[in-house]
Structure formats: C-alpha cells, structure tokens
Design a protein around this ligand. Structure first.
Ligand code: HAM
Length: 450
C-alpha cells in the first residue's frame, strides 16, 4: 500500500522513512522443536530410504495416521500412569469441545486404524510401517526432542514368536545397512496372568528399601513398580540388580513364547543380550520387549518395541495379538554423524545450462524443458548475467558439462559444450544437442558417497 504524504508524515529528508517502523522481535523455534535444514537431508534421506527398502523386502505396507487423535486413545492404550500420558502429551480442547492430543507415538493410532478399518478381516497378519513426527513434552536434551521422527513397524494378527523374531531381525538389518554397530537387548514382561504375582514380589522387595529410593521410584512403587527396574539413578540400579527377576515368574505360555523366540534368533545367528531390567515405559506390552542400543552404554535407545497382545481388545477391537517397534530418526542421524558413516549423496545434476543475454535466456528456458523431458537433469542459474558467475555455480555443483548459449551461438544455431574438468569446449549443432549430451553422459559415472 502506498501511504500518501500528508503534513504529518511528510519526510524531512529523503532518507527518513515515511512511517516509523517498530522494532520487531523475529519469530523463534518453539523450545524442543528443530528445523531439518537442507544440509541435514542427505542423512535423513539415507535413513528413510533404507527403512523403505527393508519394509519392501519384508512386505510391510505404508500407513500414515493423523498427528491428532482423541486424548483418551492414548490414555487407554499407553496407560494413565505412564510418564508419556501423565507428563508429556500436548493435549487441548478444540473449538468443538473435543479433547485431542498430538500423537506421542504411532502404535495407539495404528491400533485404532486397525479396528476402525476392520483390518481383522484382511489376510492376517497385517504388516504396516509408518514414518513421521511425534510429540512429547519432555525435557529437551541431546537426543530428546519435543517433536521427533520415528520409523515404526508393526505386525498385527500374529501370535507366534516368529513375528517377534522378524521384527528384531528387521531392526538389526536396518542398523547393519546403516553401518551402525548396535546391541539388541531383550526381555519378557509376561502377561496379565503372571505379572501380578511378580509385581507383588517386587513391591515386597522394594518396600523394605523405600527410604533409600529416589523420589520418582517412591511413586513408582505404588503406581508402576516394574519401572523401578529401569531407574537411571546409580543407587536404584544397584538395588535393581539384586531384585527378583520377571523371567523366573513367567507362566508356562509366556515362558514357551520367550524360549522359542530366543531359539529363532539363535537360528538366524542374531546376537542379543538378555536384559532382566528392561521393562519399557508404555503399559501395553505383554511378553517380548526389546531395545536397540548404540555402542555407548547408558545412552538412550535408538529403537525399541515389543509385543502388545491385549491392546486391540482393550480398545474394543476383535482380540488381535500384535508386536512392533519404532526407531528415532534424530538419534539414528546423530549416530551416523558421530561415527562418520559415508552416506549416499544425491547425484549431481547431469549438466549446467548457461546463457548470455536476454534472447539466449529465453531459448535456454525452452532448452531446459526439452532436456528435462529426455530425462536429463539440468541445473541453471538463469537470473545470473555473467558467464563467470554461472560457471562458478556449475563448478560448485560438480557437473561434468556446461552448455553455453550466447549471442553468437544463437545466430549460428549452435551451442558450446564445455567439459568442466579440462575446460575444453566444443561447438555443436543446437538441433543435435540432446543427442550429444546423452552420448557424453553415457560414459560418465558420478560420485555417490560423501
Ligand atoms: P519408545 O521407546 O517410546 O517406543 O520410542 C521408540 C524410539 O523413539 C526410541 O527408542 C527413540 O529412539 C525414539 N524417541 C522416543 N522419544 C524421543 C524423543 N523425545 N526424542 C527423540 N527420539 C525419541 C514407542 O514409541 C513404541 N510405540 C514403540 C513400539 C512400536 N512398540 C510397539 N510397536
């Protein structure tokens, strides 16, 4: 809008602005959130493409559920006494009065989708994977964000430990293909038949030690005693090491399930560590639980999951055994960088198209489209005028060839093909340029590793 000059806002000198601009505070990221800048994407793409490849190999189909679900889905699925539900959900009441939450994880939403779309009538098991962002209001620190990405794999409708085995194999294969050394930690948390007896024994053990427990563990003793086992406090860890172990209390079916899973893993020679302190922070787990740790002990898990045979029935669906795991993309990317893993680079453009002058620019815009339609990946900088600055960009992009179109070439119906490695230039007929380019590209292989 143009403000007319009145007596009031008439400038006294040509430099003085017509309207006084207020100092504006630039917008900032919400705490705990992060941008994924272009420079990050080669790592992210690497992880995503390996996830996609493995999903295809093991026949998982992609699904995406909304970022917003009804709050009570998570309260019922994850458990009201868990940290995730108690402290970490982004929940609000919307304009229609619905109680909604940003999803803190995928599993509950996928279970809802399984029920809502009648997936129990599909051929079983239903194997799904998802890749997107989740929200937890945790204390931000290294590897812990308030919006973070997960790849999530689930097998729904299969009770056999072969499904648990396949998921652990997929997780291990993923880290192998990402060239990241990891250890797989496994435990069984039993089922509602055998866990209550163990809970009582565990509470009895800890009651005598209540006074020395950390404040969190004092609360856990009543509400969620299994979580006492994975407290990160040194003193509580020492107590956990002396605590009775859940594997000794498993009922026959849970015990058999666990033994068979370990036999399958031995058969595929997948190395794992039995970890009696692994209990996980979400209430829906039954039987198998597992985590994938990077080589540095004590750091947070790169991926984690387990079996949740009762969740779908508890949410009102047809009883359906299920098992799954999810991995954190930020943590995996950070591990790739820390270990300096070579990642595939996006291939450089096939060539750069430079032009000099307005008439040549028009022709070049047209030629760009002709080349693109032939499957040739062209880079350009049509807004730059000088040849030098265009060639600098071509060099930075590491293209092998640059096509140069100037006034003389326009008149002659030719174009210059410049080899960027040795600077040798050839003049070719404009009509034959696509053919000429294809011939040259056929003999050139781009670098693909960082
Ligand atoms: P989870 O252990 O809560 O399990 O999360 C899985 C993975 O997500 C973690 O191992 C970690 O890599 C990543 N992650 C979790 N929270 C954060 C955070 N605040 N910042 C960065 N990364 C994070 C689940 O979410 C279950 N739904 C997994 C599952 C699938 N179980 C059965 N099926």
């Amino acid at each position: 809008m143009i403000t007319p000059a009145t007596e009031k806002n008439k400038p006294t000198t040509p430099e003085e602005p017509l309207v006084k601009v207020k100092k504006v505070v630039p917008p900032q990221l919400v705490r705990g959130m992060h941008d994924i800048l272009p420079v990050e994407w080669p790592w992210w793409s690497f992880v995503m493409s390996e996830v996609g490849d493995l999903a295809q190999i093991y026949s998982f189909e992609r699904i995406e559920t909304p970022a917003l679900e009804k709050t009570n889905l998570f309260t019922r699925a994850i458990g009201a006494a868990t940290d995730v539900v108690e402290k970490e959900m982004y929940s609000f009441v919307d304009q229609s009065g619905d109680h909604l939450s940003l999803r803190p994880e995928y599993t509950a939403g996928l279970a809802r989708a399984y029920i809502e779309h009648g997936m129990h009538t599909w051929p079983q098991p239903v194997k799904l994977y998802a890749l997107g962002s989740l929200f937890r209001h945790e204390r931000p620190q290294a590897g812990r964000y308030r919006e973070f990405w997960q790849f999530d794999f689930e097998i729904l409708g299969e009770a056999s430990p072969t499904a648990d085995c396949q998921l652990i194999v997929v997780a291990a294969a993923l880290f192998e293909s990402l060239h990241l050394p990891v250890t797989v930690q496994i435990n069984s948390v039993g089922c509602p038949n055998c866990r209550p007896a163990y809970r009582t024994v565990l509470q009895d053990y800890y009651r005598t030690k209540r006074s020395v427990l950390c404040e969190d563990c004092k609360r856990r003793l009543q509400r969620n005693p299994l979580r006492l086992l994975d407290c990160k406090e040194e003193a509580d860890q020492a107590l956990a090491r002396q605590a009775p172990q859940l594997v000794d209390f498993l009922c026959e079916p849970c015990h058999t399930h666990f033994v068979r899973l370990l036999e399958y893993l031995d058969e595929v020679e997948l190395a794992y560590q039995l970890n009696p302190y692994l209990v996980r922070g979400l209430d829906y787990y039954t039987r198998t639980v597992f985590e994938v740790w990077g080589p540095e002990e004590g750091k947070s898990a790169l991926a984690a999951g387990g079996r949740y045979d009762n969740l779908i029935a508890e949410l009102g669906g047809v009883p359906t055994p299920a098992v799954g795991f999810a991995g954190g993309v930020e943590r995996v990317v950070s591990e790739l960088k820390a270990r300096q893993v070579g990642i595939p680079l996006p291939p450089p453009p096939d060539l750069f198209l430079a032009c000099l002058g307005e008439t040549a620019r028009k022709k070049a815009i047209r030629l760009f489209e002709d080349l693109r339609r032939q499957g040739i990946r062209v880079a350009e900088s049509f807004t730059k005028d000088g040849l030098k600055s265009q060639l600098e960009i071509a060099n930075r992009l590491k293209v092998k060839f640059t096509l140069v179109m100037g006034q003389k070439e326009l008149t002659d119906g030719t174009i210059i093909v410049r080899d960027m490695e040795n600077g040798i230039q050839e003049i070719v007929d404009q009509q034959k340029v696509v053919e000429e380019v294809q011939k040259r590209l056929a003999t050139h292989q781009p670098d693909t590793l960082a």
